[in-house]
Design a protein around this ligand. Structure first.
Ligand code: CAP
Ligand code: MG
Length: 412
């Protein structure tokens, strides 16, 4: 009997069939290793090999991954379908983005992209609504939907938070969103915030004649999070918000199932994503994180601002295109642009990303010199002006709130 060694995991002529999950990695081999040796170790450690030569009877080789292409610093690895448990995202990630990220055989390694096969993909539910939220939940026509998050992020009392929400909604914002680190603290408890915000939402809907909604942050440990989803549904929410990275994919899958029962959409905040994707030569790309989020079934996800605003971004436009793309019948996802946005950036943002997005601004609404209500109006005016194809400076001649915002923040 011959043992299984690293060499068994590389076959550069191998052409995977369409049932395989094919992953592209960036790889920098360790100093004492060539690319082929590193690539075979990536395929081995992420499927069913290890550092020692193994003597195993039977057909375990059928479950081995194969490093099937090396192109400069890019390595392609094909994983057989049988390696994966259907519908179990943590299990999939423990293979393709597990131990290999810490292997001494590589100096750096990044999971750049996945080509998801039909069987594995459709074992996940995908989003319930996706971009259709713009029509199904709001009557937003072609314009981007708009959201705001009260600032400061935490510290506002429930009274203050609810008031800010009302001012934002009546100023023209569609969605009020909790911040990522606001859940159920003593200064602003979940249940009270939820109930009172929804009262104000109803009032704002009546006053504006527009549909309004609230993204309440249900992030918590598993059972508690599901209770919060139930409460959000009972109280009449259309959405919940989940911090998908910090809470973990198993929890996201659980929330998705519970949300289906209630017909609730999921807004995915991605706090902590940069721990995986910020260093360009290591980790897991935002592209893959967004893919995983779509399979698990979120309806919105933050994908950055196409290099506008305050945060580092990875290829927002390419990620958004993937989120819209056909994927064996799974619904698409609405990308949310957020992070240092203000009204003056709207035309350029829309020029870069198109209109099938959500635009989220915190500081860019509440930092308006005349307060939240004026800031909300200015953001909506910027969107309406952009949709009308009128340069913002010109549009602002008729809209004083926008004029003030442009004076304060400019258009860059
Ligand atoms: C934005 C924000 C969002 C980030 C998330 C914040 O506030 O509420 O969480 O944009 O980043 O807390 O920073 P501002 P990303 O509008 O005041 O910047 O969308 O890149 O995941
Ligand atoms: Mg935030």
């Amino acid at each position: 009997m011959t043992g299984i060694t690293y060499e068994d995991f590389i076959d550069l002529g191998y052409d995977p069939d369409d049932t395989a999950l094919v992953c592209e990695f960036y790889v920098e081999p360790a100093a004492d290793m060539d690319m082929e040796a590193a690539a075979s170790r990536v395929a081995s450690e992420s499927s069913n090999g290890t550092w020692a030569e193994l003597q195993v009877e039977g057909s375990v080789r059928d479950l081995s991954a194969t490093a099937c292409d090396i192109d400069g610093d890019r390595v392609t690895v094909a994983y057989p379908d049988a390696l994966f448990e259907a519908g179990n995202m943590p299990q999939v990630l423990s293979c393709i983005a597990g131990n290999i990220l810490g292997m001494k055989a590589v100096e750096r390694i990044r999971l750049l992209d996945c080509d998801w096969p039909e069987k594995l993909t459709t074992s996940f539910p995908g989003p319930q609504f996706g971009t259709s939220v713009r029509e199904e939940i709001f009557d937003a026509g072609d314009r981007p939907i708009t959201a705001t998050v009260p600032k400061p992020k935490v510290g506002l009392t429930t009274d203050q938070h609810v008031r800010v929400g009302y001012e934002a909604w009546t100023g023209g914002i569609d969605l009020l969103k909790d911040d990522e680190n606001l859940t159920d603290q003593d200064f602003n408890p979940f249940e009270e915030r939820l109930k009172r915000s929804l009262e104000k939402r109803d009032q704002a809907e009546e006053e504006t004649g527009e549909k309004k909604s609230y993204l309440v942050n249900v992030t918590a440990d598993g059972d508690e999070m599901l209770d919060r989803v139930d409460m959000a549904a009972e109280q009449g929410c259309e959405y919940v918000m989940v911090d998908v990275i910090t809470t973990g994919w198993a929890a996201v899958q659980q929330v998705r199932r519970r949300c289906e029962k209630h017909g609730l959409a999921i807004h995915a905040h991605r706090a902590m994503h940069a721990a995986f994707d910020r260093i360009e030569t290591h980790g897991v790309s935002m592209r893959v994180i967004a893919q995983v989020a779509r399979l698990c079934g979120v309806d919105h996800i933050h994908t950055g601002t196409a290099d506008l605003g305050k945060l580092e971004n990875e290829d927002t436009v390419g990620i958004n295109e993937w989120l819209y793309s056909d994927l064996y019948g799974l619904n698409d996802v609405l990308p949310m642009a957020s992070g240092g946005l203000h009204p003056g950036l709207v035309p350029e943002l829309v020029a870069r990303t198109g209109t099938d997005i959500g635009i989220q601004a915190g500081g860019g609404v509440h930092g308006h010199p005349d307060g939240t209500h004026a800031g909300a109006k200015a953001l909506r005016q910027a969107i309406d002006g952009t949709m009308a194809g009128v340069p913002l400076e010109e549009y602002a001649e008729d809209y004083p709130e926008l004029a003030t915002a442009l004076e304060k923040w400019g258009t860059e």
